[in-house]
Design a protein around this ligand. Structure first.
Ligand SMILES: *Cc1c(COP(=O)(O)O)cnc(C)c1O
Length: 340
C-alpha cells in the first residue's frame, strides 16, 4: 500500500530561484541543498536550481559535496561546515571548495575564509592575510529574519573587515532572509536555502515574498469509523468523543516525519480542512470528520494552501526542521518529481 506520497514541484523551485535572483539584483544566487535539499531531495533540487540560474551548490559536509559531484561534474560546490583532515584528499580530487573557520588553512583546494561577525558559531575572530588558495570571504547572519539592527551591525563588521582585501575574492553574506529583505547584505553572492523551497524564512505566508511551496505531501483515509460518546482514539486517550463523531485514520505518523506535536493542526480531507485529533502514533494519525467519508478519500498534509508554516507553528518549531524530518524512503513514502 502506498502510505503517502511526497511530490516535488521543480517548476515552483525554478520560479523561486528566479524570484530570488530578481531580489538579488545582480548578485549571484548559490543554492543551499544540505540535508538532502532540506528533505526535498538534493539532486532534483540542485538540477532545477542550476537550470534556473543558480551558480553554485552549497552543502554542510564533504560527504554531501562528493555525492553532488558524482551527479554534477562541472558545478561549483561549496562545503560550508568543517572538513576533516581525513576528507581533504577526496575534497581536492572532487574539486570541492571548502570553508575554513580556524587557523589551519589547507592547501591545494579553493578556500573560503569565514569571519564570525556575530553568529558566535563557526568563524574566525579576525581575517588573516589571505593565503593564495583563498577565493572567497564570507560570514553568516544570526538574525536576518527577526533583528534588523543586529543584521546591519554584522554587515558593517564584514564590510570593514574585508574592505582592504583584493577585489578578486568573492564576498558572500546573505542567507534567504538577508537576500529577500537586506539589500546591504547582497555583496557578490547569496547562499539561499529555505526560500528556494518556497518556505518563508520569516515563518509567514511565503506568498508575501512571492515564493511558492515546492513540497507537497499527500495520503488518503485508510479507515473511517464512528466514535460513540465516551470513546477515544489513540494512545493516552487524549481525544474522547462527546457526541457521535466520525474520525478518519491516515497511515502516516511520526516515523514518517508527521511529528508527535502536530496534534491540533489541520490537513485537507477531500478538499476540506480537518483537525488532527488525539496522539499521533508512529505510523498513523486521526482526523475529525464532519460526516462519514469513504476509505480512499484524499488527504493533503502539505499543499493546496496547507502550509508547512502552519504545522511548524503548531509544533513550536521552524519549517526547516519540519521538512528535514519528512521521510521520503521507499517504504514510507514515494517521492515523485513533477515537471512544469
Ligand atoms: C544553511 C545555511 C544557509 C542557508 O540559510 P537559509 O536560511 O536556509 O537561506 C546559508 N549559509 C550558511 C552558512 C548555512 O549554514
Amino acid at each position: 500500500m502506498q502510505r503517502s506520497r511526497v511530490i516535488i514541484d521543480v517548476g515552483a523551485l525554478r520560479r523561486n530561484v528566479r524570484t530570488l535572483r530578481r531580489a538579488l539584483d545582480g548578485a549571484e544566487l548559490w543554492a543551499v541543498v544540505k540535508a538532502d535539499g532540506y528533505g526535498h531531495g538534493a539532486a532534483a533540487v540542485a538540477r532545477a536550481a542550476l537550470e534556473a540560474g543558480a551558480t553554485a551548490l552549497c552543502v554542510a559536509t564533504a560527504g554531501e559535496g562528493l555525492a553532488l559531484r558524482r551527479e554534477f561534474g562541472a558545478a561549483r560546490v561549496l562545503v560550508m561546515g568543517p572538513t576533516g583532515r581525513d576528507e581533504l584528499r577526496d575534497a581536492r580530487e572532487a574539486r570541492l571548495e571548502i570553508v575554513v573557520s580556524g587557523a589551519d588553512v589547507p592547501v591545494g583546494l579553493p578556500i573560503h575564509l569565514k569571519l564570525d561577525t556575530g553568529m558566535g558559531r563557526w568563524g574566525l575572530a579576525e581575517l588573516p592575510t589571505p593565503p593564495v588558495d583563498v577565493v572567497g570571504v564570507m560570514t553568516h547572519l544570526a538574525s536576518a529574519d527577526c533583528d534588523e539592527r543586529f543584521t546591519a551591525e554584522q554587515v558593517e563588521r564584514f564590510r570593514s573587515a574585508t574592505a582592504d582585501l583584493p577585489e578578486r575574492l568573492v564576498r558572500h553574506v546573505a542567507n534567504s532572509a538577508g537576500a529577500l529583505r537586506f539589500p546591504a547584505a547582497r555583496f557578490d553572492a547569496a547562499r539561499c536555502g529555505i526560500a528556494l523551497y518556497g518556505l518563508s524564512p520569516f515563518g509567514e505566508d511565503p506568498a508575501r515574498d512571492g515564493l511558492e511551496p515546492v513540497l507537497r505531501w499527500e495520503s488518503e483515509l485508510a479507515q473511517v469509523k464512528m466514535l460513540a460518546p465516551g470513546q477515544s482514539t489513540g494512545y493516552g486517550r487524549r481525544f474522547t468523543a462527546r457526541r457521535p463523531t466520525w474520525i478518519g485514520l491516515v497511515p502516516v505518523g511520526y516515523a514518517d516525519g508527521f511529528r508527535r506535536d502536530l496534534t491540533g493542526t489541520e490537513v485537507l480531507v477531500g478538499g476540506e480542512r480537518r483537525r488532527v485529533v488525539g496522539t499521533i502514533s508512529m505510523d498513523a494519525f486521526a482526523v475529525e470528520l464532519g460526516a462519514e467519508l469513504s476509505v480512499g478519500t484524499s488527504v493533503t498534509l502539505i499543499g493546496d494552501g496547507v502550509l508547512a508554516e502552519e504545522h511548524a507553528r503548531i509544533s513550536g518549531t521552524i519549517t526547516y526542521e519540519l521538512v528535514c524530518g519528512i521521510r521520503r524512503s521507499e517504504e514510507r513514502s514515494d517521492a515523485l518529481v513533477a515537471d512544469d
